[in-house]
Design a protein around this ligand. Sequence first.
Ligand code: PMP
Length: 434
Amino acid sequence: MNEIQMESWRAAEREHAWHPYAGVPPHIANIPIVGARGMTLQLADGRMLIDGMSSWWAVIHGYNHPVLNAAIQDQLNRASHVMFGGITHPAAAELVERLVEITPAPLQTVFLADSGSVSVEVALKMAIQYWYARGKPGKQRFIALRRGYHGDTSGAMSVSDPENGMHSLFADSLLKQWHAEAPQTTFHGNFDGGDLESMAALLEQFHDRIAGVIVEPIVQGAGGMRFYHPGYLKGLHELCERWDVLLIADEIATNFGRTGRLFACEHAGIAPDIMCLGKALTGGYMTLAAAVTTEEVSHTISNADPGVFMHGPTFMANPLACAAAIASIRVLLDSPWEDNIAAISRGLEAGLRPYADVSGVRDIRVLGAIGVIEMEQPVDIAAVNHAYIDQGVWLRPFNKLIYTMPAFIATEKDIRRITQAMCDTVKAAVAYRG
Ligand code: PMP
């Protein structure tokens, strides 16, 4: 592409494309990427950036991976898509079998959906339909956590943090749910049972109307990159059993090793009633998600009127996405992923920890392959974008958070460059809006 073609391509895009959480035209220019391989993104002008974001938690093996490429090519030559209603195919069969094998033992039935948000909608509907089948049609609402985030569709928004999610803007259109206080004990802290009080009180008062509790296990992502104590999840699991409500674990961001365990629920040794998977499910190659549940839920729904689960997306179980997911899981489990993530963790600690006491920094935290600098003030994203590009790194701070969740193939040197860029943001005056 020559420079004139590039300029016209970019102008058309600026004018007509709506980017995530952005205006039209965008207030901050988007960076044109024309290629991606391993840890690097290639800019249109030929420069290379080390990717610290793994395309929003998804690209865990790096870009353009030969095994994933080959698996998709192979599937492409067989069937790129067939409807899943009344038809099935080997890639779906292999994937659901694999997911049942690697998720906690009670989870036995897989509903494949087309995005994380849709899998959350599916999980919410599953919970409602389960209680309906059990003769309790009054259980239709949910308890979620403040600072939680579960996606951008209506049901998912209704269980996300009401303030972060700007619910006031959609006040009349969102379902009314309850939000318990977010857990305060940090992952490495001493668990304070008082963290569960607000949740326990809501369950005690409203359990007759509650179909489920939905949480992001261990890591509250978009709501603040907060790492909370496994004791909270353990206690919540007990409370859900006690008050007869389903526990839905939204593992969409945490799944497939990100926190150092294959699934974040494993930190607490609990199995939820429904687990939502997404993002890294296909190694970040294409959109696919899943709501995985117990036979208690799937058989109860199937054995009562109307005898079917009322959901079925057009691209459900897309064969290309299933092939990518099977290959991604194989690549992950065949690799020394726990060692790789532990090494990334050590690199993030070494690079970030020295900045813990620097003025303007509120907190530094690392868990698995996630590193976070929380600032006192919001970061000026437009200003830091340029600084990162000049340093050859791609990071996308959000509000007061400068964070990274790199691919698991990141080397020590990659992590050094990423953490250096993060820390330079702290040092530079551009880090402060006020
Ligand atoms: N749940 C969590 C925890 C997420 O991080 C996200 C994605 N940001 C979603 C749900 C929604 O997933 P998707 O963007 O694929 O709809």
